[in-house]
Design a binder for this molecule. Structure first.
Ligand code: HEM
Length: 412
């Protein structure tokens, strides 16, 4: 049995479940046409690691699943798709955002305040400065440049370091630990855990420093909240810092890469954006919706039996909402995920930043980072073009919340 108690495929299946057809898990359409999906908005499929789950692909059903009171979050220490978050679940035992219910709501409220849209405005000059500096480096070394390594990863990491108040001198070490814990390079389980412990120790010391010399950063804001509300422990503050890093680093890197990829694959859209830079916010939303696909979502755990999309989900079943599929549900998105940067927000609301009680807390900041990355890139490199045919590029296919490009070589 898994450490979380989820029995998954080990649970004795009921007759109804045994009689349900098991489909192959649908591959993510990173760079082309979506695969044909089985009929019906909810079907049984086997994850690559062997677990049976209900895969949810219909728009309404995904929306219901993400906001369902009978479906819980669960992160196991042995979930290969959760990357370092799975290791984290085994190491960090206090309250985390991975919980459900009132404890989560309370922690989320504390976490959300310093990430609110109003605060993000104050960060814009710094994000622009970082993006410009990265473009300086790219121009200096000349083409070709890998935009995943030179822009998509370093920009969010720099911003998140700033946000956590990590001083510039510790930036390189922080980056190494963060990379070990996420995906920019493969790391063994031991290396991931070692990096996790090192960063934990570092942040613990850092928190002490912030107590005596508070700044404009998240840790200082949470320490101030701790004074006002003594339910927030130091360990929980550190876990919030981890959550921000995990949730915000790789996902934003993947989004920057996917949005640039989308423009390079659709040069006519890039031309429209070059001619009308005011379309940038619209374009980013449209690009994220159509290009940013994650192969997996979290497995949600049924607390009791209930009906979803015409099937009976039984207590203990795992349910995986496939947001990329829901965003191509022809009933809600007649364009079926095709790209038109002039129309960013039409149709049903999308799931790029999730939905329901766990919806993204960093959406405003993430959007600002992606917009600035794209705007700076297009402004600074007017001749931007792919250095290899975009359809030949490789994607991370085995991760949540990853799913980003491995490399994105460009010329200009
Ligand atoms: C384009 C980049 C990003 C995307 C696509 C994204 C997407 C998401 C999604 C889909 C969820 C919901 C996960 C779930 O249902 O379990 C989520 C949660 C979260 N995101 Fe983001 N995110 C991005 C960037 C960021 C950034 C920059 C931060 C922080 C600075 C952040 C902080 C969080 C946090 C703290 C949660 C957990 C909320 C909770 O469980 O209550 N995200 N994000």
């Amino acid at each position: 049995m898994s450490p979380s108690g989820w029995t998954g495929h080990e649970r004795p299946e009921s007759e109804a479940v045994l009689n349900t057809r098991v489909h192959p898990f649908p591959a993510c359409p990173f760079s082309g046409e979506p695969p044909p999906l089985p009929e019906g908005p909810v079907f049984r499929a086997r994850l690559p690691r062997g677990d049976l789950v209900w895969v949810v692909t219909g728009y309404e059903e995904v929306r219901a699943a993400l906001n369902h009171p009978l479906l819980g979050r669960h992160v196991t220490t042995d979930d290969p798709h959760m990357g370092a978050e799975a290791s984290m679940a085994g190491v960090l035992r206090d309250r985390t955002l991975l919980l459900d219910g009132p404890a989560h709501t309370q922690l989320r409220r504390l976490a959300a305040k310093p990430l609110a849209a109003g605060r993000v405005a104050g960060l814009l000059p710094r994000i622009r400065q970082l993006a410009d500096r990265l473009l300086d480096g790219i121009e200096e070394t000349g083409p070709p440049a890998d935009l995943v390594a030179r822009l998509a990863f370093p920009l969010p990491l720099g911003v998140l370091c700033d946000l956590l108040g990590v001083p510039a001198r510790d930036g390189p070490a922080f980056r190494q630990w963060a990379d070990r814990m996420t995906t920019i390079e493969a790391a063994t389980e031991e290396e991931t855990l070692a990096a996790l412990h090192t960063m934990f120790t570092y942040l613990t010391g850092h928190l002490e420093g912030k107590r005596t010399r508070p700044g404009e950063d998240l840790l200082s804001a949470w320490l101030a909240a701790q004074e006002a509300d003594d339910t927030l422990s130091d360990a929980e503050i550190i876990q919030l810092a981890f959550s921000v890093l995990f949730a915000g680093y790789e996902s934003t890197a993947a989004a920057i890469g996917a949005c640039i990829y989308g423009l390079l694959r659709h040069p006519e859209q890039l031309d429209i954006l070059r001619a009308s830079p005011g379309l940038l916010p619209n374009a980013v939303r449209a690009l994220m919706r159509s290009q940013l696909a994650t192969p997996y979502y979290r497995v949600l755990l049924a607390r009791t039996d209930f009906r979803l999309g015409g099937v009976t989900v039984e207590r203990g079943d795992g349910v995986m909402p496939l947001t990329w599929a829901a965003q191509r549900d022809p009933g809600r998105f007649p364009d079926r995920g095709s790209l038109d940067i002039r129309h960013g927000g039409e149709g049903a609301p999308d799931f790029v930043f999730g939905y329901g009680p766990h919806a993204c807390l960093g959406a405003a900041l993430a959007t600002a980072m992606v917009e600035i990355a794209l705007g700076t890139l297009i402004g600074r490199l007017p001749g931007l073009r792919p250095a290899v045919p975009p359809q030949t590029l490789a994607w991370h296919t085995d991760r949540f919340p990853g799913g980003g490009l491995r490399r994105l070589p460009v010329c200009w």
